[in-house]
Design a protein around this ligand. Sequence first.
Ligand code: NAI
Length: 350
Amino acid sequence: MKIVWISYPGGAAAKEVPELLGCAENALGLQEMVRRHGHELVTTSETGPRLDPILADASVVIATPFWPTYITRERLAKMPSVKLLLTAGVGSDHYDLAAAAARGLTVAEITGSNVVSVAEHVVLQILALVRNFVPGYLEVVGGGWDIAKIAARSHDLEDKTVGIVGMGRIGQRVALRLRPFEVTVYYYDNRRLSTAEEELLGARYRALDALLPLCDVISINAPLTPATDRLFDAARLGRMKQGAYLVNTARGRIVDTEALVAALKSGHLAGYAGDVWYPQPAPKDHPWRAMPHHAMTPHVSGTSLEAQRRYADGIRDCLERFFAGKPLDRDYLIVENGKFVSPSYSYAFS
Ligand code: NAI
């Protein structure tokens, strides 16, 4: 059987850093295991039309959000042998989930594999914005010493109000990591937590439109689904507090591209950070590269070397079970033989 692994080119780092399991060349460290089972693992960084002939006879596709391959309904129609779609990481919106379900396929991701990595990045980016870190760093690199220019936009996080939209595994870890900063935390999720969970996290529930004007900082941590696509449009950005910051490590399409640029240019928002874009890789002229007051990174928050080890282990587990004809780990399943089973996704697709 043919398994196709699609990921970013590792270049020189693929050899120099063998722990860089997530690049195309290092193939999650799975080449030997797949060969031992008598199957073929094909690796590629193609995402455009040249990928189609490679996928035509694939039984399993493994893709990664960091180099997303958009497996659309049209593309799936040209893949008659495919049975299993796997995501090395968390967030499987690069697959047309409704089309995959209609075909009776199974879709799984490595739930939990990089949630700590992302939560740490969220805290980093909140602090980068609030403390005005990036302009300070650039001042040093540029040989300057303009204290007033940097300090005029620098604040303490202490006593600020932070909103978390999507209080799942990452959102909860962000809340816990923010506790020592003495902030007030509100959250919105379409599934409200129990009182005991809220107390543990130090977070209070608010409906989204009530949360928006309350918060100095908002972190988006919900999956991209039809319900969250452009959830932060011009109207919702407009309801955010004047001078607030927005951090989005979830998916680029949850925030309207042009509306965000306008909100930063007008000064309504004081800053934006995150590591997710649409499309990816972001073209050189993507407006978010040049907009004011941003602290963006390429899509790296969930792919620290530790995270790569965890999602490589998870993919290995999925393939071993699949080869043995056993069901996949329930925690990993989004769609099982055509049925939505993950609570985080089924809300939007049922
Ligand atoms: P999770 O499934 O544990 O939590 C997601 C939460 O969002 C759930 O509590 C769910 O009820 C909530 N949710 C779903 N639809 C919602 C809606 N319409 N409004 C409000 N809340 C909604 O997932 P986890 O692990 O916390 O990851 C969240 C997302 O973060 C992923 O789906 C992925 O898109 C993104 N992610 C990004 C990474 C990166 O490297 N930047 C790495 C890992 C995840």
